[in-house]
Design a protein around this ligand. Structure first.
Ligand SMILES: *Cc1c(COP(=O)(O)O)cnc(C)c1O
Length: 398
């Protein structure tokens, strides 16, 4: 490629595990003039973003802000602040991302009690309970609410209840759930929750909204050792993201990325959070109806499925990578491959945020149906679309 040429990305339909399609108005917001990160107008924007994130997380936590970094940075931030050497931490793992939580906790010096569930299943509250019963020294429980690697949705409310019974704080990965399926930070008593902007918020990648309860903040305040990451230390960053007009330099905020986040959160508020949850659910049911006509089976059992990430098994005789390549090259449609233990075995079809809409469902069923036909399967894209259409005409579920 000529290095002096401007980069003109192709137009894609993003139906993988993230990033999802970014609405034009979000992209336009990001193109507005850059101002200083301590400009009073920018401080006003920061406060506005904070209030909108509180709305999306359903929390009144004063520490609610976007970490400057992708979802992984929010994950690392929660672990680095709440975990210190000698702590006993329970990490539930039912996919790739639980494994990262564990690795980060180990790096922070914790003794990790690892609770494993089958990939593709929700985290089991009774499994967590027995781990807590046999490890009375545990003080934190970490789990992933929406496992994007397998398409499984765990019952965060039930897991938090178990953790509370054993006087443990919770660290919850809500990267793929925020804005896409029910998440009630205050009502469920979650303590440190992190997310990402490029999944159901449909914003450009690179920011990680987090929120921490007063209990979590008290734990940070009473640490025996300083937070091992200077950048992630919430005690320091609140000097910048805190309240009032006196803000001091901590790092240069990604100004234009925050313009985009503000716009994406505005779109969420205009639609209404509950309406957004319902839309994700209904579109999932429509896509599912169509995928089943194409003969594809879901990894997760019906009651544990994540509406915004549809993980389906690749039929035996099909070359999974070639199907994805054809979708990309011939239809400009991106779907995801399997990760970790599911690599080569599944496709992950995302219906996140702005990507979760009728035209995408129809485009995906048509393209996938055609490609599977070329690859030798006897399936009907038209019938798949008709089933999806039927599902979309059902009244919206509450
Ligand atoms: C995408 C994702 C992450 C990581 O987010 P990045 O923005 O890629 O760093 C973490 N957890 C889950 C469940 C995710 O889906």
């Amino acid at each position: 490629m000529n290095s002096r040429k401007a980069f003109l990305p192709p137009r894609r339909i993003l139906m993988g595990p993230g990033p999802s399609d970014v609405a034009t108005r979000v992209l336009e917001a990001m193109a507005r003039p850059t101002i200083g990160h301590l400009d009073p107008d920018f401080i006003f924007l920061m406060d506005h973003i904070k209030a909108q994130l509180q709305y999306a997380f359903r929390t009144a936590n004063p520490l609610t802000m976007p970490v400057s970094g992708p979802g992984t940075a929010g994950m690392e931030s929660c672990i680095a602040n709440l975990v210190e050497p000698g702590d006993v931490i329970v990490v539930c793992q039912n996919g790739v991302f639980g494994g990262r939580l564990k690795a980060m906790a180990v790096r922070c010096g914790a003794t990790v009690v690892h609770v494993e569930d089958e990939w593709g299943r929700a985290v089991s509250p009774s499994g967590l309970e027995s781990a807590l019963r046999s490890n009375p020294a545990a003080s934190v429980v970490a789990f992933v609410q929406a496992e994007t690697s397998t398409g499984a949705l765990s019952d965060a409310a039930a897991l938090a209840k178990v953790a509370e019974r054993y006087e443990c704080l919770t660290i919850v990965d809500a990267v793929t759930s925020l804005g896409g399926s029910p998440l009630e930070v205050d009502a469920w008593g979650l303590d440190a929750v992190y997310s990402g902007t490029q999944k159901c918020l449909s914003c450009a990648p690179g920011l990680s909204p987090i929120t921490m309860s007063d209990r979590a903040m008290a734990r940070v305040a009473h640490r025996r050792t300083p937070v091992q990451s200077w950048f992630m230390d919430v005690n320091l960053v609140t000097g910048y993201w805190g309240s009032g007009t006196q803000r001091s330099y901590h790092h240069t905020a990604p100004i234009n990325a925050l313009y985009g986040l503000n716009e994406a959160l505005l779109m969420l508020q205009e639609e209404g959070l509950l309406a957004a949850w319902a839309r994700h659910k209904q579109n999932h049911l429509a896509l599912k109806a169509g995928l089943e006509v194409l003969g594809l089976e879901f990894v997760a059992p019906r009651s544990e499925r994540l509406p915004q990430l549809n993980a389906v098994r690749v039929p035996d005789e099909i070359n999974e990578a070639r199907v994805r390549q054809r979708l990309l090259e011939e239809y400009s449609l991106e779907i995801g491959a399997g990760l970790g233990a599911l690599a080569g075995k599944v496709w992950r079809i995302g219906l996140m945020g702005y990507s979760s809409r009728r035209e995408n469902i129809m485009a995906c069923l048509s393209a996938l149906g055609q490609v599977l036909t070329y690859e030798g399967l006897c399936v009907s894209a038209t019938e798949a679309q008709a089933e999806a259409d039927r599902a979309l005409r059902q009244p919206t579920l509450p």
